[in-house]
Ligand binder design. Structure first.
Ligand SMILES: NC(=O)CC[C@H](N)C(=O)O
Length: 250
Protein backbone atom coordinates (compact mmCIF):
# COMPACT_ATOMS: atom_id res chain seq x y z
CA UNK A 1 0.00 0.00 0.00
CA UNK A 2 1.25 3.49 -0.72
CA UNK A 3 0.87 6.07 2.01
CA UNK A 4 -0.49 9.53 1.10
CA UNK A 5 2.88 11.00 1.85
CA UNK A 6 4.69 8.96 -0.77
CA UNK A 7 6.09 11.00 -3.59
CA UNK A 8 5.73 9.38 -7.01
CA UNK A 9 8.76 9.72 -9.23
CA UNK A 10 8.68 8.33 -12.76
CA UNK A 11 11.69 8.15 -15.04
CA UNK A 12 10.84 7.70 -18.71
CA UNK A 13 13.19 5.95 -21.14
CA UNK A 14 12.78 6.77 -24.83
CA UNK A 15 12.07 3.35 -26.30
CA UNK A 16 12.15 3.77 -30.07
CA UNK A 17 15.50 2.18 -31.01
CA UNK A 18 18.85 1.31 -29.44
CA UNK A 19 19.84 0.56 -25.85
CA UNK A 20 16.56 1.40 -24.12
CA UNK A 21 16.10 -2.11 -22.65
CA UNK A 22 19.47 -1.82 -20.92
CA UNK A 23 18.56 1.58 -19.43
CA UNK A 24 15.20 0.26 -18.24
CA UNK A 25 16.84 -2.80 -16.70
CA UNK A 26 19.49 -0.64 -14.95
CA UNK A 27 16.80 1.63 -13.55
CA UNK A 28 14.75 -1.38 -12.37
CA UNK A 29 17.76 -2.89 -10.60
CA UNK A 30 18.62 0.47 -9.07
CA UNK A 31 15.04 0.96 -7.82
CA UNK A 32 15.11 -2.55 -6.33
CA UNK A 33 18.39 -1.78 -4.53
CA UNK A 34 16.88 1.38 -3.01
CA UNK A 35 13.80 -0.42 -1.63
CA UNK A 36 15.27 -0.76 1.87
CA UNK A 37 17.21 2.49 1.88
CA UNK A 38 15.57 4.82 4.44
CA UNK A 39 16.42 7.93 2.41
CA UNK A 40 14.03 6.73 -0.31
CA UNK A 41 11.31 5.47 2.06
CA UNK A 42 8.89 8.24 1.13
CA UNK A 43 9.44 7.85 -2.61
CA UNK A 44 7.71 5.57 -5.06
CA UNK A 45 10.14 5.42 -7.95
CA UNK A 46 9.26 3.76 -11.24
CA UNK A 47 10.55 3.59 -14.79
CA UNK A 48 8.49 3.49 -17.96
CA UNK A 49 9.16 3.25 -21.69
CA UNK A 50 8.24 6.30 -23.80
CA UNK A 51 7.01 5.58 -27.31
CA UNK A 52 4.26 8.12 -27.96
CA UNK A 53 3.46 11.70 -26.88
CA UNK A 54 0.94 10.37 -24.31
CA UNK A 55 3.76 8.50 -22.57
CA UNK A 56 5.37 11.86 -21.80
CA UNK A 57 2.60 12.69 -19.34
CA UNK A 58 3.68 12.51 -15.73
CA UNK A 59 7.34 11.75 -16.22
CA UNK A 60 9.81 13.51 -13.96
CA UNK A 61 12.91 12.71 -15.98
CA UNK A 62 13.89 11.12 -19.27
CA UNK A 63 16.76 8.96 -20.52
CA UNK A 64 17.60 8.79 -24.21
CA UNK A 65 19.93 5.87 -24.85
CA UNK A 66 22.51 4.99 -27.44
CA UNK A 67 21.69 3.62 -30.85
CA UNK A 68 21.62 5.23 -34.23
CA UNK A 69 20.71 8.88 -33.95
CA UNK A 70 19.60 9.12 -37.59
CA UNK A 71 17.07 6.32 -37.03
CA UNK A 72 15.94 7.79 -33.70
CA UNK A 73 15.55 11.20 -35.38
CA UNK A 74 13.29 9.67 -38.06
CA UNK A 75 11.24 7.83 -35.41
CA UNK A 76 10.92 10.97 -33.24
CA UNK A 77 9.46 12.78 -36.23
CA UNK A 78 7.17 9.89 -37.29
CA UNK A 79 5.76 9.33 -33.78
CA UNK A 80 5.09 13.03 -33.21
CA UNK A 81 7.46 13.01 -30.23
CA UNK A 82 9.95 15.56 -31.53
CA UNK A 83 7.99 18.76 -30.86
CA UNK A 84 6.61 17.86 -27.41
CA UNK A 85 10.08 16.70 -26.39
CA UNK A 86 11.63 19.96 -27.59
CA UNK A 87 9.12 21.85 -25.48
CA UNK A 88 9.62 19.67 -22.39
CA UNK A 89 13.41 19.73 -22.52
CA UNK A 90 14.11 23.23 -23.85
CA UNK A 91 11.33 25.19 -22.13
CA UNK A 92 10.00 23.13 -19.25
CA UNK A 93 13.47 21.91 -18.21
CA UNK A 94 12.60 18.23 -17.90
CA UNK A 95 15.67 16.51 -16.37
CA UNK A 96 17.09 14.58 -19.32
CA UNK A 97 20.13 12.37 -19.81
CA UNK A 98 21.37 11.34 -23.24
CA UNK A 99 23.96 8.59 -23.76
CA UNK A 100 25.85 8.50 -27.07
CA UNK A 101 23.14 8.80 -29.78
CA UNK A 102 20.96 10.27 -27.01
CA UNK A 103 23.60 12.93 -26.32
CA UNK A 104 23.82 13.75 -30.05
CA UNK A 105 20.06 14.30 -30.21
CA UNK A 106 20.23 16.77 -27.30
CA UNK A 107 22.87 18.97 -28.96
CA UNK A 108 22.09 22.22 -30.73
CA UNK A 109 24.71 21.52 -33.42
CA UNK A 110 25.68 18.16 -34.93
CA UNK A 111 28.57 17.79 -37.38
CA UNK A 112 29.81 14.90 -39.54
CA UNK A 113 26.27 13.77 -40.18
CA UNK A 114 23.94 12.72 -42.96
CA UNK A 115 21.28 15.38 -43.40
CA UNK A 116 18.79 13.83 -45.80
CA UNK A 117 17.11 10.76 -44.27
CA UNK A 118 14.81 9.48 -47.02
CA UNK A 119 11.92 11.91 -47.18
CA UNK A 120 12.88 13.52 -43.86
CA UNK A 121 15.88 15.55 -42.71
CA UNK A 122 18.04 14.98 -39.64
CA UNK A 123 16.53 16.94 -36.76
CA UNK A 124 17.78 17.06 -33.20
CA UNK A 125 15.80 17.81 -30.07
CA UNK A 126 18.38 20.40 -28.94
CA UNK A 127 18.73 22.14 -25.60
CA UNK A 128 22.48 21.70 -25.08
CA UNK A 129 24.22 24.58 -26.83
CA UNK A 130 27.25 22.54 -27.77
CA UNK A 131 28.60 21.32 -31.07
CA UNK A 132 29.00 17.54 -31.26
CA UNK A 133 30.81 15.51 -33.88
CA UNK A 134 29.28 12.11 -34.67
CA UNK A 135 31.50 9.01 -34.98
CA UNK A 136 34.41 11.07 -33.73
CA UNK A 137 36.62 8.12 -32.70
CA UNK A 138 36.04 6.31 -36.00
CA UNK A 139 34.08 3.21 -36.92
CA UNK A 140 32.52 0.40 -34.88
CA UNK A 141 35.88 -1.47 -34.90
CA UNK A 142 37.49 1.47 -33.13
CA UNK A 143 35.13 1.03 -30.16
CA UNK A 144 36.87 0.85 -26.76
CA UNK A 145 36.44 0.86 -22.99
CA UNK A 146 38.43 3.31 -20.90
CA UNK A 147 38.51 4.14 -17.22
CA UNK A 148 37.68 7.82 -17.19
CA UNK A 149 38.08 10.07 -14.14
CA UNK A 150 34.74 11.75 -13.70
CA UNK A 151 35.81 14.54 -11.35
CA UNK A 152 32.82 16.73 -12.11
CA UNK A 153 30.32 14.30 -10.60
CA UNK A 154 29.01 14.79 -7.10
CA UNK A 155 28.93 11.05 -6.39
CA UNK A 156 32.19 9.51 -5.24
CA UNK A 157 31.16 6.15 -6.77
CA UNK A 158 31.89 7.86 -10.08
CA UNK A 159 35.36 9.13 -9.27
CA UNK A 160 36.52 6.95 -12.07
CA UNK A 161 34.26 4.88 -14.20
CA UNK A 162 34.66 2.20 -16.90
CA UNK A 163 33.27 3.97 -19.93
CA UNK A 164 32.20 2.08 -23.05
CA UNK A 165 32.58 4.05 -26.29
CA UNK A 166 30.88 2.70 -29.44
CA UNK A 167 31.16 4.89 -32.56
CA UNK A 168 31.05 7.61 -29.98
CA UNK A 169 30.62 11.35 -30.48
CA UNK A 170 32.89 14.06 -29.07
CA UNK A 171 31.82 17.52 -28.00
CA UNK A 172 33.95 19.82 -30.09
CA UNK A 173 32.79 23.13 -28.71
CA UNK A 174 30.72 24.22 -25.74
CA UNK A 175 29.43 27.21 -27.67
CA UNK A 176 27.46 27.00 -30.90
CA UNK A 177 28.49 29.85 -33.14
CA UNK A 178 25.87 31.68 -35.14
CA UNK A 179 28.19 31.68 -38.16
CA UNK A 180 27.80 29.74 -41.35
CA UNK A 181 27.03 26.08 -40.83
CA UNK A 182 29.78 23.67 -41.92
CA UNK A 183 29.07 21.02 -44.55
CA UNK A 184 27.30 17.85 -43.29
CA UNK A 185 26.08 19.65 -40.19
CA UNK A 186 22.72 20.58 -38.71
CA UNK A 187 21.52 22.92 -35.98
CA UNK A 188 18.41 22.67 -33.84
CA UNK A 189 17.62 26.33 -34.43
CA UNK A 190 17.02 26.86 -30.71
CA UNK A 191 17.58 30.43 -29.56
CA UNK A 192 20.06 30.56 -26.68
CA UNK A 193 18.64 32.85 -24.00
CA UNK A 194 20.75 35.79 -22.89
CA UNK A 195 22.50 34.94 -19.63
CA UNK A 196 22.16 31.18 -20.20
CA UNK A 197 25.09 29.45 -18.48
CA UNK A 198 27.37 27.49 -20.81
CA UNK A 199 27.61 23.71 -20.59
CA UNK A 200 29.97 22.43 -17.91
CA UNK A 201 32.56 19.83 -18.94
CA UNK A 202 32.36 16.75 -16.69
CA UNK A 203 34.81 14.31 -18.28
CA UNK A 204 37.44 14.15 -21.00
CA UNK A 205 39.61 11.47 -22.58
CA UNK A 206 43.08 12.27 -23.79
CA UNK A 207 44.11 11.50 -27.38
CA UNK A 208 47.35 12.75 -28.97
CA UNK A 209 47.81 15.37 -26.29
CA UNK A 210 44.27 16.69 -26.72
CA UNK A 211 41.53 16.48 -24.10
CA UNK A 212 38.36 15.35 -25.84
CA UNK A 213 35.11 16.25 -24.09
CA UNK A 214 32.93 13.18 -23.48
CA UNK A 215 30.51 14.31 -20.76
CA UNK A 216 28.76 17.61 -20.17
CA UNK A 217 26.02 19.02 -18.04
CA UNK A 218 23.91 22.08 -18.55
CA UNK A 219 21.23 22.80 -16.01
CA UNK A 220 18.94 19.80 -16.05
CA UNK A 221 20.52 18.19 -19.12
CA UNK A 222 23.26 15.57 -18.82
CA UNK A 223 25.07 14.18 -21.85
CA UNK A 224 27.63 11.35 -22.02
CA UNK A 225 29.40 10.03 -25.14
CA UNK A 226 29.70 6.64 -23.43
CA UNK A 227 27.22 4.00 -22.28
CA UNK A 228 26.82 3.47 -18.50
CA UNK A 229 23.85 1.23 -19.37
CA UNK A 230 26.26 -1.37 -20.79
CA UNK A 231 28.27 -2.10 -17.63
CA UNK A 232 27.16 -3.65 -14.34
CA UNK A 233 27.38 -0.47 -12.31
CA UNK A 234 24.28 1.55 -11.47
CA UNK A 235 26.21 4.50 -10.00
CA UNK A 236 25.60 6.71 -12.98
CA UNK A 237 21.87 5.99 -13.04
CA UNK A 238 21.73 6.70 -9.30
CA UNK A 239 23.51 9.99 -9.81
CA UNK A 240 21.05 11.03 -12.54
CA UNK A 241 18.13 10.03 -10.32
CA UNK A 242 19.44 11.84 -7.22
CA UNK A 243 21.05 14.90 -8.71
CA UNK A 244 18.74 15.66 -11.62
CA UNK A 245 15.35 14.02 -11.09
CA UNK A 246 14.83 13.96 -7.30
CA UNK A 247 16.60 17.26 -6.54
CA UNK A 248 14.45 18.85 -9.20
CA UNK A 249 11.21 17.62 -7.65
CA UNK A 250 11.91 18.66 -4.04
N1 LIG B 1 26.66 4.00 -29.68
C1 LIG B 1 25.97 4.95 -30.21
O1 LIG B 1 24.95 5.42 -29.68
C2 LIG B 1 26.49 5.40 -31.52
C3 LIG B 1 25.93 6.71 -32.02
C4 LIG B 1 25.99 6.76 -33.52
N2 LIG B 1 27.33 6.85 -34.00
C5 LIG B 1 25.15 7.93 -34.01
O2 LIG B 1 25.61 8.83 -34.54
O3 LIG B 1 24.00 7.94 -33.85
Amino acid sequence: MTSDKQQQITVGVLALQGSFREHISHMEKLIQSLKHDPSYANKLISVKPVRTPIDLQQIDGLIIGGGESTTISILLQRTGLLKPLQDLIQNQKLPTWGTCAGLILLCDEVTNTKIQLGDLTYKTIGGLDVSVERNSFGRQLESFTENVPCAGFTNSALDSFDCVFIRAPVIKSTVVSSGKLKENSVRSGRKVHAGEAPAQVLATVSRNGEDLVVAVRKGKILGTSFHPELIENYGFHKWFLDEFVIRNSI
